[in-house]
Design a binder for this molecule. Structure first.
Ligand SMILES: CCCCC/C=C\C/C=C\CCCCCCCC(=O)SCCNC(=O)CCNC(=O)[C@H](O)C(C)(C)COP(=O)(O)OP(=O)(O)OC[C@H]1O[C@@H](n2cnc3c(N)ncnc32)[C@H](O)[C@@H]1OP(=O)(O)O
Ligand SMILES: CCCCCCCCCCCCCCCCCC(=O)OC[C@@H](O)COP(=O)(O)O
Length: 416
């Protein structure tokens, strides 16, 4: 479905039009909108929804900063009672990430369907797990968070994330307090820090899922070509839908979380009808259809020896590639659909922050704009513009056409 570009006073992506929607309309519009249950085709009549979405962005960033400050306040508690500090930070972290889940599930109405074995389904959320998820889409993280939310592990969810993400306001700052494992994607530098961070999670007081995108970067045709040249050199089968996985991070994670984690959840994600979802699309109310195939693999079936573990991961990715081929041929993954229900908590959390913040923020904005002082009005405009550009930069972190150069060359070719 072609997306009609609504063009207010300023272009949508870079300059956000000042908001006309009245604050108290936000929740009412939002509830009215999701009550449709289906996504109304986006067109110019959705202008108010677009403006409301933009208002949401600013409100969420506002409350995100508040939550980051609350997380900062838990620092004095860490040396006294680390486990309590961790539990508090899980709940504060939940309050941020669940807003993106609410955005996906309720605002855009995106459907998330789970294909998995009913016996394994009973264990999800009741054990610590390592999640191996393909990295092909711009909203992998939101879909991942949605499944975390449905199994009650959203606040404590962890990931091996690139160091650059730790600088992303609100989300990246939140991750420090959630003890997310950051890596520079340079093994010589990562070796020590990643191992230390993983060992630090061995006494984590909450059930958690540890996400690994073993490809290390989002799929692009160029990176895939280079990656398959590396596969050829290594005598490994070529993959059609995945980059060749980097094995060191996975092996070191299994090695250091053995005894803490009981299973690997091999997760393969795709979207129906060749949808290529984007965060901007979600923010503007576009509905997508995510399908996720999860296989639960007991950790004690994974070899302890590093080279055998690496071979095991390569074989896993060959199987994932076959699942994607099956999906492309049939439009579904193998096995039964066992769908966890959407949770209301993410929606209630979002409505709480909107009701708490939107009115005062907008009253403040109006007072500044109507202050009569040119300097105040100009500063207000400049501040709003800066926040909008900042949010657009954050959204840009998810866009594959702005992705890093990692994987754009064969490291071994470089070393030779
Ligand atoms: C469905 C339920 C979902 C649940 C979700 C749960 C939680 C959600 C929580 C949060 C959601 C937020 C999500 C945020 C997402 C952000 C994630 C990221 O930032 S992904 C990027 C960072 N992560 C990784 O990179 C992990 C994978 N990488 C690794 O593990 C690496 O090994 C490493 C530890 C980073 C080290 O990398 P480095 O490159 O330095 O070394 P490697 O050994 O990996 O590479 C050398 C190795 O690779 C071969 N090689 C060289 N060039 C290439 C190439 N172009 N393509 C492929 N392979 C290449 C080279 O020959 C070497 O091979 P070998 O190891 O055999 O010697
Ligand atoms: C209701 C809520 C409204 C919120 C509106 C505000 C929107 C701002 C959201 C910003 C989200 C930023 C989170 C970043 C997570 C991106 C995860 C990701 O996919 O990173 C890419 C890396 O894995 C690999 O990088 P590349 O090497 O491919 O390059």
């Amino acid at each position: 479905m072609h997306y009609m570009h609504f063009n207010p006073i300023f272009s949508r992506d870079n300059f956000h039009a000042l908001y006309l929607s009245a604050e108290w309309l936000c929740p009412i519009i939002f509830l009215a909108y999701i009550s449709q249950g289906i996504h109304a085709p986006y067109d110019e009549t959705d202008a108010l929804l677009l403006l409301t979405a933009q208002r949401k962005k600013k409100v969420e960033t506002g409350n995100g900063i508040i939550i980051n400050l609350l997380q900062l306040c838990t620092l004095p508690l860490w040396p006294i009672n680390k486990q309590l500090a961790r539990k508090i930070n899980c709940r504060l972290g939940y309050s941020i990430s669940s807003q993106l889940v609410a955005l996906l599930e309720w605002w855009s109405g995106t459907e998330c369907t789970l294909y998995t074995d009913p016996e394994s389904y009973k264990l999800y959320g009741k054990e610590n797990a390592i999640v191996v998820l393909n990295h092909n889409f711009e909203i992998d993280f939101m879909t991942g968070w949605t499944f975390c939310e449905r199994f009650g592990v959203l606040g404590s969810s962890k990931v091996l994330a690139k160091k650059e993400l730790s600088f992303v306001p609100v989300i990246g700052w939140m991750w420090y307090f959630l003890e997310i494992v950051f890596c520079k994607r340079k093994w010589e530098e990562d070796r020590k820090t990643v191992v230390q961070s993983l060992r630090n999670l061995q006494d984590y007081p909450e059930k958690f899922w540890f996400l690994l995108h073993c490809e290390g970067t989002r799929f692009t045709e160029k990176k895939h070509k280079i990656s398959m040249e590396v596969a050829e050199k290594k005598g490994l089968p070529k993959l059609k839908y995945h980059l060749l996985p980097r094995t060191k991070g996975f092996c070191v994670t299994v090695q250091n979380l053995r005894g803490t984690v009981t299973a690997v959840y091999d997760s393969t994600l795709n979207f129906r009808n060749n949808e290529m979802p984007t965060l901007l699309g979600v923010l503007n109310g576009k509905k997508y259809h995510a399908d996720l195939y999860v296989r639960r693999i007991p950790l004690d079936t994974i070899p302890e020896d590093e080279s055998e573990c690496a071979a095991w991961l390569h074989k896993l990715y060959q199987e994932k590639d076959e699942f994607q081929e099956h999906y492309r041929q049939t439009g579904r993954f193998p096995g039964p659909i066992t769908n966890p229900p959407r949770q209301l908590w993410a929606l209630l959390n979002w409505l709480f922050w909107v009701c708490l913040l939107v009115y005062p923020l907008c009253m403040l904005l109006l007072q500044l704009l109507l202050s009569g002082s040119t300097f105040t009005v100009v500063c207000t405009f400049v501040f709003c513009l800066a926040v909008s550009v900042g949010i657009r930069w954050m959204i840009g972190q998810t866009e594959i056409d702005k992705s890093s150069n990692y994987g754009n060359k064969d490291m071994q070719m470089n070393n030779n």
